[in-house]
Each structure stands twice: as structure tokens, then as C-alpha cells.
Design a protein around this ligand. Structure first.
Ligand SMILES: [Zn+2]
Length: 299
């Protein structure tokens, strides 16, 4: 009787062990799929506002499985940005945009150009003399690529289910690189995303195009020089994302920006508090996920 009972117990233990092994393997495989390969559903648009500290870098999975990168943060982030794109299951950036040639937007772009396949490159028609900018130009020409000058009225993509339009710059302000920022609008059926780089109110006042959008990438890291009542009236966003570093030297985001966003009832996310922010559009609904992988700077 005792021997029978012990055999019975043994069998239960074996079954339980096999079951727990199976559950463990399943959860591993789910975890692997979730972090290391593309989980985008067909026809979705997924915008990753990467946490790159004080600066901007936005990776976009387009509905047709092409990709776009807007800006590449400060220097030392290139490896992290390229790994992030690879981990999403991509080996090419179809559209690379440098909104303007400041170091917190193009700092790691030369590395990106050198280390991943790049299709078209868009930049405003303005130059600067910094080493970061010159390194980027060299990386682009070494790869045999050409820069397209981005200006208002230009269309980057016009597909049946999405479009990418350039709304600015309208004019080039030689005295302010911020105010030469490339402004982009991505339309995915009913949902619109607006990206305004570091454009300040001077540039924004020159834009006659329709700025309305559901999701606004807040200009200039939350500076009061970009977010005004007039802008929020024109954009009328339901979601705003601010890209900035913790305890930055500029006092970003400015209090008045946060107050205005609250006044306009905009749900606001910020990379210094929320990490990488992932916003997904299925064409009608928008979902937001916070706490995505931050991009660490190489020493
Ligand atoms: Zn900036």
C-alpha cells in the first residue's frame, strides 16, 4: 500500500515538473518575442519616443513595415539606437530625418548612418560648422548617400493607408537653427502625429498648413519658447510627449508648458519620467505604453 502510494506521488511529481517546465519555456519564448523581434500587427503605425536623455530620437514602424528615424540624440547613443531598431526586427531605416543640426538631435547620427542600411535622408537646408555636423556629412557621403532638403509642401510618403508630409520649415532662419526645424505630420487613417523638432514660436507662426494632430511631440524639450496657447489651439492634441533628460541644465520642461498642457486637457508623457514611450495607432484607436527600454550612453 505504501509503495503504491509512493509510486503515485512520484507520478504526480513528474507530471508537475513537466508542466512547470512547459510553462517556463512558454513564458521565455513570449518574453523573447516581446523584446527581441517585431510584434507590430499588420497595418499598425508604432511610434517609439526613445528615452535618450536630453535630446530627441524617435523611431517609427510604418504600416507597410518600412521605418523612419527622426533625430539621433547626443553622441554616444548610436549603438543603443541601432540595437533598439534591430531588436524591433528591422535592419533598415527607410527615412532618416535630422530636424536640425544641433548636437542633441544629430549627435549619434553619423554612427547610425555608418552602422545600419539607410534609404532617404532629409535635413533642412542650413549648415553649421560643428565637428558633429561635419562628421555626419562625411558619414553620409562615404556611404554614397545624398541629402534631400526638407521644406514645407514636400511629401515623403503617400501610401493608401498613411502619408508623411513636411510642413516646415517654410523659410530658413540663418540666426536660429531651432527655427529651421523640419516639421512632419504622419497621417494614419483617422490618426495624426505631429513632430516639430525644436521649432519655437517664430517658426511655428510661419506655418500656414493644418497643424491639427492627435499626438504632439512637444517642441524644444518642453521649453516655453515653443509651447504657446496659439500652438495648442491649432494642434488641439489629446496626447503630448516631451523628450528630455532628468535634472537637465535648461530647466526643461518649463512650468508654463506643463500648465498650458494641463489647461488644454492634454495627457502628457515625458521620457525623463516614463522612459521610452510607445504610441500605437491602428488607424482608429491610439494606445500608449510607457516604461520602454531607455537608450544608455556609451562612455
Ligand atoms: Zn534640442
Amino acid at each position: 500500500m505504501n509503495i503504491k502510494k509512493s509510486k503515485h506521488n512520484c507520478l504526480i511529481i513528474i507530471i508537475l515538473s513537466v508542466l512547470s517546465c512547459a510553462i517556463f519555456l512558454c513564458s521565455c519564448s513570449f518574453g523573447f518575442n516581446f523584446t527581441d523581434s517585431n510584434t507590430k500587427a499588420e497595418n499598425e503605425l508604432v511610434v517609439h519616443y526613445l528615452d535618450v536623455g536630453q535630446g530627441d530620437s524617435i523611431f517609427i514602424e510604418l504600416p507597410n513595415s518600412q521605418t523612419m528615424l527622426i533625430d539621433a540624440g547626443v553622441s554616444g547613443l548610436g549603438e543603443g539606437i541601432v540595437s533598439y531598431i534591430n531588436d524591433c526586427g528591422y535592419s533598415k531605416i527607410n527615412y532618416l530625418v535630422a530636424t536640425h543640426p544641433h548636437a542633441d538631435h544629430i549627435g549619434s547620427m553619423a554612427y547610425v548612418v555608418k552602422n545600419i542600411d539607410v534609404g532617404e535622408i532629409y535635413m533642412p537646408k542650413v549648415s553649421t560648422t560643428t565637428r558633429t555636423y561635419e562628421k555626419l556629412l562625411t558619414a553620409i557621403s562615404d556611404k554614397g548617400l545624398k541629402i534631400k532638403s526638407a521644406h514645407s509642401g514636400m511629401s515623403i510618403a503617400d501610401e493608401s493607408d498613411f502619408s508623411i508630409d513636411v510642413l516646415g520649415p517654410v523659410t530658413i532662419d540663418e540666426d536660429s537653427l531651432n527655427n529651421c526645424s523640419v516639421l512632419l505630420k504622419i497621417t494614419h487613417h483617422n490618426n495624426k502625429f505631429l513632430f516639430i523638432g525644436d521649432a519655437e514660436k517664430q517658426e511655428l507662426s510661419t506655418i500656414n498648413a493644418d497643424l491639427s494632430a492627435d499626438v504632439l511631440k512637444v517642441g524644444h524639450h518642453g521649453s516655453r519658447t515653443s509651447t504657446t496657447e496659439d500652438l495648442l489651439e491649432r494642434v488641439d492634441p489629446s496626447i503630448a510627449v516631451i523628450s528630455l533628460g532628468k535634472d537637465n541644465d535648461y530647466g526643461h520642461p518649463h512650468k508654463s508648458t506643463i500648465n498650458l498642457l494641463n489647461e488644454f486637457d492634454v495627457t502628457t508623457y515625458r521620457t525623463d519620467e516614463d522612459g521610452t514611450i510607445i504610441v500605437t495607432s491602428d488607424g482608429s484607436d491610439i494606445t500608449t505604453q510607457t516604461g520602454g527600454k531607455s537608450i544608455e550612453r556609451e562612455e
